[in-house]
Design a binder for this molecule. Sequence first.
Ligand code: BT5
Length: 241
Amino acid sequence: MGYPLLAAQAPFLLDMETTASTNSLVRELAPLPSYSTVITTKQTAGRGRLGREWLSEPNDSVALSIVVPFQQNNLELTPLLMGVAVLRAVRAIGVTQAELKWPNDILVGKRKIAGILCEIVPCGQIIAGVGLNLRFRDKPPTDQATSLAEHITFEPEIPDRWASACLTELRLLIDAGSHRATSEVRQNLATINRRIEVVDFDGQSWLGRAEDIDAGGRLIVSRSGGEKVVLSSGDVRHLYQ
Ligand code: BT5
C-alpha cells in the first residue's frame, strides 16, 4: 500500500512493512521533526491505554503515529485533538455517521472503528497514535469492533486519503491554538449532553450526564445525585435510552 498523499505532507515518513507498534517505534527514534509519521498495516503488538492491546490481523487495520510538538498544546488535550482529526478524516472518506467518544474512541453506532493512544517521550515530544479498522477478513478482534468495509466500499487508496487527512486536520487544530481547539473538541464530542456510564479503575460503574469538557480536556459529569465529578482519564459508555 503506497501513501503518496501522506508523503507529500509529512516532513519525515516511515512506511513500515511490519512493526511491533508504531508508537513504540517513534519512541525509539525520537526526537523527530514535528509531524513526522510512521505507518503500517502489519502491527504485531499494538498497544491500547492502561496496558490494554490494540488487536489486528495483518492488513486488517492501519496503524499511524504522528509526532506532535509539546510546546503548543498540553498532553491532556492532545488525545482529543487527535480524536477530532481522526473523526474528520473518517467522515471525509465517507463514514459520515462516525462519532467521537471521550476520551479516545471513534465509534460508528455502538461499535469502535478507531482507537487513539497518546504518549509523551522523555525528550518532551508527544506521540499521537491511532489504529483504524479497515476490514475483518476472518473475524472482528472483539464483538464491539467495526471496520470501514462495513460502512463504505473499501478502495486501496483509502488508507492514504485517511492518513493524510488526519495529519492535515491535526496540524490545523494545533495551529488554531488551545482555546479554539478546545471549542472544536466541544462541538465534535458526542459524549457531551449525553447520559453515560462511567467505569472506574476498580471496575465499579456509576451513571451520570456528561456536561462539558474543561480547558484540559477533562470531562465534567453530573452524577445522578447532582454531584459534579471531573474525569481526567478512564472509560465511559454512551447510554442510548
Ligand atoms: C485504544 O485503547 O483504543 C488505543 C488504541 C491505539 C492503537 C494505536 S495503533 C498505532 C499506535 N501504536 C500502538 O501501539 N498503539 C497505537 P483503549 O481505549 O485502551 O482500548 C483498547 C480496547 O479496545 C481493547 O481492550 C479491546 O477491548 C478493544 N480493541 C482492541 N483492538 C481493537 C480493534 N482492532 N478494534 C476495536 N476495538 C479493539
